[in-house]
Design a protein around this ligand. Structure first.
Ligand SMILES: [Zn+2]
Ligand SMILES: [Zn+2]
Length: 143
């Protein structure tokens, strides 16, 4: 199973918050991550454990940073979500509705399926909201 297929939306949201809050000099604090997730610190911590176990974040003195694997995973998630939005947009859903529908499938789709949808959609460069979609990887790498 691919990494994204093993994650929850809350865990992906935690990755996104860490990416926003971390800087060159320091990682994101548990307090920042908890407030971003709108939960109490112990609940936020429960989301961080599985991310650390999968090598997506590293934690040092209570601060969390994305590893290169974590950053790549977040990029992949955005790609899955936005390609799915494009598909639902062409199926006639409103811009608002494409986002909700994409969330129903974005973590479940394999990279291979996303590449196929992307090709079928003519390799869209932006999602229905205008957010950029990274180009397909043409290498046959099945990671
Ligand atoms: Zn969306
Ligand atoms: Zn979008």
């Amino acid at each position: 199973m691919e990494t994204l297929q093993q994650l929850t939306h809350r865990q992906v949201e935690a990755l996104r918050i860490i990416a926003t809050r971390q800087s060159e000099s320091r990682g994101a604090s548990l307090k920042e991550i908890a407030s971003g997730l709108r939960v109490r610190p112990p609940s936020a911590l429960a989301h961080l454990g599985p991310l650390e176990e999968r090598g997506l974040i590293s934690r040092f003195r209570g601060k969390s940073r994305l590893t290169s694997r974590g950053a790549a995973c977040l990029e992949e998630y955005r790609r899955h979500h936005r390609v799915a939005e494009s598909l639902f947009s062409r199926a006639g859903l409103s811009v608002e509705a494409t986002c909700r529908a994409a969330r129903e499938v974005d973590l479940a789709l394999s990279h291979r399926t996303v590449e196929k949808i992307c090709a079928a959609e003519g390799h869209p460069s932006v999602c229905p909201h205008g957010a950029p979609i990274a180009p397909c990887r043409t290498s046959g790498k099945a990671s």
